[in-house]
Structures are given as C-alpha cells and as structure tokens.
Ligand binder design. Structure first.
Ligand code: ZN
Length: 365
C-alpha cells in the first residue's frame, strides 16, 4: 500500500479536498480523503507528500492527430486559408515514410504525457502509428482509423471494404488500454452511402465513431448551398458530390450516423436546432477552441452545449493546428474564449473547464 498526499486533492467527481490523500493498492485507488483519516486507516503504508501541489485525474485529450506531430509550424503559412491548409497537410503527409509517421506519433504521445494527458481520442490515417504510440508510452485511448478522401457514392462499397480491412488489422493489436474506432473524416469528404455503411457497421459491432463536423462557415455554405470551399476540389478529381442543402448536423442525422452516438469534433457553425439534434441523439462533442481560433473559424457555443446536457470534452487537435498539445492550457483558453464570446449565455468557471479536461472528456469519449 502506498499513500500520496498534497495540499489539494481534486477528485473532480466530488468536492476538492484540502490536505488530501490517496491510498493506492497495486495500481488501484483504494481510498481518497483527508490526509489524517487516510493515514490513520493505512498506518503501515509508504507515504509520498507532494506538498504545495494539486493531485487530480489524468487529462483526457478527446481530439488529436498524433501522426502529424512532425508538421508543427509547417502549415502556418496557409493557416488563413483552411482549404489550402488541408491540401498542404495531405501533400506533406503523402511524402512521409511509415517510419517517420510512427516516430511523429510517438513524439506526440510523449509530449501529451508530459503535459498530464493519460488518455487520447486520436485520429490516424495510418492508424498503426497511433496505436503503437499509445501502447509504447503506456497511455489509454481510442484510435480512430480515418477514411481516405471518399466523397463519391459510386466508390462507397469499395471504400468501406478498404476501411474495414484496416480496422480489423488494428483491432488485432488493441489491448486493455487501447480501443479501435472509426473516423469518417467530415460531411464533405465522405459520401452519404459510405456514412450509411459505417453507421450500420458501428451500430451492429458497438464501434466508437468520431467525425469533424460544422467546423467553419465555409463548410456550412458548402453543405447548405453547394458553394465555395471544396467545390473546385471535387471538380478537379471528377467527383460526383451534391449539396444536401442542410446543415452538417442535420445532414449527418439523415445518414443514420448520429444514431451511433459519435463524438463530433468542433461544432462551431451550429444552430439551436443542430444542438438539439446532437443532444437528442446522445452524440458528444470534442471542443477544440485553440484550433478554431488559429484558423479564425469562430467560437463554438460552449455553454449551450453544456446547458443541453451534451457530454463535452476538450481536444488539442493536431500540433499543426494548435501548435502545442497541452490540455491544461486548452482548458484555460476554453474558459476565457467562452467568457469573451458575444451572445454568450452563462459564464464558464475554472471548475467547469477543469471538469471538461478530465471527467467531461472521459464521458465524451
Ligand atoms: Zn482534427
């Protein structure tokens, strides 16, 4: 038996404990309480006192792309143009070897662990890199295998087959701490038919899903009116893509994917009706305020999510869109940005921000 103590213990799920202590038995928490009663209960335990510190649960980073850790700063020259940023990212990633991607993911996992993150919701195109990174650093997480650029209904069956092959291969290397999920990238890079196939598979097999959704006004205009943003990319690649004339969230609901309770990333350009759809479907949200701010995409209505009873966690996104993986800093930024948003409907406290970085993230993931 071992006891760790500090001036504060923050269980998050209950009130802070001044002069707190935690009794640990073979890696499991046996008891939490005030120092004097825990010491009395376990008189022969070895004691380690951290003094003027707070002991709290590990931080949960709900949204990352560890495999692009090597691109920190490499895309900053196009951060004002999100479409150019996405295309440049894909170009740079295509030029990386598997060994480089694996090393990048591992470096990202180490950076996260050093910042107190013990659990990741990580998206990977080359999923094995993230799985190996989490396993080698000893972290918990869900590795979501991402779809390739697949917006055309005509190739949906083949796209799904290829995705499923990758998923099954990854699942063989999962362990007690690392689970495998799927990430249909976004409403505009995945066809409706592929969304339906993934939704049926996820629901029948209980597979976790995450999707980038409602990230920007440009995406909203593309989905609602079929204008701007990705239209010339579709033309260039000869893709048949038709605007659903709906918001990203209501479109996703129409494909059936929301019934798989996905973790929706960003949700910046959402209406009250969208928020109700998210809540009614039991979907959760990965809030990434620094990534949104870096691109000038706006500030998601955080208090509205929480008021609607949606599980909300925080995500750093990749270091190419942050430029660090520091969830405590993310939580501070989340609170300050929410307080500073025009039309806000409430005041996010430090306590709520810390809860999102820990328990909220765990629920969302
Ligand atoms: Zn992302």
């Amino acid at each position: 038996m071992r006891i760790i103590t500090a001036d504060f213990v923050l269980p998050i799920s209950s009130e802070p404990i001044p002069e707190g202590a935690i009794a640990i038995d073979r890696g499991n928490i046996a008891a939490i309480g005030d120092r004097s009663s825990i010491l009395e209960e376990y008189p022969s335990a070895e004691i380690e006192d951290f003094g003027a510190a707070a002991i709290l649960p590990g931080l949960v980073n709900c949204h990352s792309h560890l495999e692009v850790t090597a691109m920190r700063g490499a895309l900053d020259d196009v951060e004002h143009d999100f479409r150019a940023w996405l295309l440049k990212l894909n170009g740079l990633r295509a030029a990386m070897t598997e060994a480089e991607i694996i090393e990048a993911a591992r470096n990202g996992a180490i950076e996260g662990a050093q910042a107190g993150i013990t659990c990741f919701g990580d998206i990977g195109r080359f999923g094995m890199a993230g799985v190996e990174a989490l396993k080698s650093v000893g972290l918990r997480g869900v590795l979501f295998q991402e779809t390739e650029f697949s917006p055309d209904d005509r190739s949906a069956v083949d796209d799904f087959y290829a995705l499923r092959q990758k998923f099954e291969a990854l699942r063989r290397s999962a362990n007690d701490l690392v689970e495998i999920g799927l990430s249909p990238h976004s409403p505009y890079t995945v066809s409706a038919r592929l969304f339906r196939l993934i939704a049926d598979f996820a629901r029948s097999e209980g597979v976790k899903i995450t999707i980038h959704a409602a990230e920007s006004d440009e995406e909203d205009a593309l989905m609602r009116n079929g204008t701007g943003f990705f239209t010339e990319v579709y033309r260039k690649f000869g893709v048949e893509w038709k605007s659903p004339c709906a918001s990203s969230i209501s479109y996703l609901a129409s494909t059936g994917i929301l019934a798989a309770n996905p973790l929706l990333v960003h949700c910046v350009s959402v209406t009250d009706a969208d928020i109700k759809i998210i809540a009614d479907n039991g979907a959760s949200i990965a809030h990434c305020p620094k990534s949104n701010a870096k691109f000038g995409h706006g500030c998601a209505p955080l208090e509205a999510f929480l008021n609607a009873g949606i599980a909300v966690g925080l995500g750093s996104d990749s270091v190419a869109s942050n430029n660090v993986c520091d969830l405590l800093e993310e939580s501070r930024f989340a609170a300050l940005a929410a307080r500073n948003r025009r039309g806000r409907n409430g005041f996010i406290s430090a306590r709520e921000a810390l809860e999102m970085a820990t328990l909220g993230g765990a629920k969302a993931l």
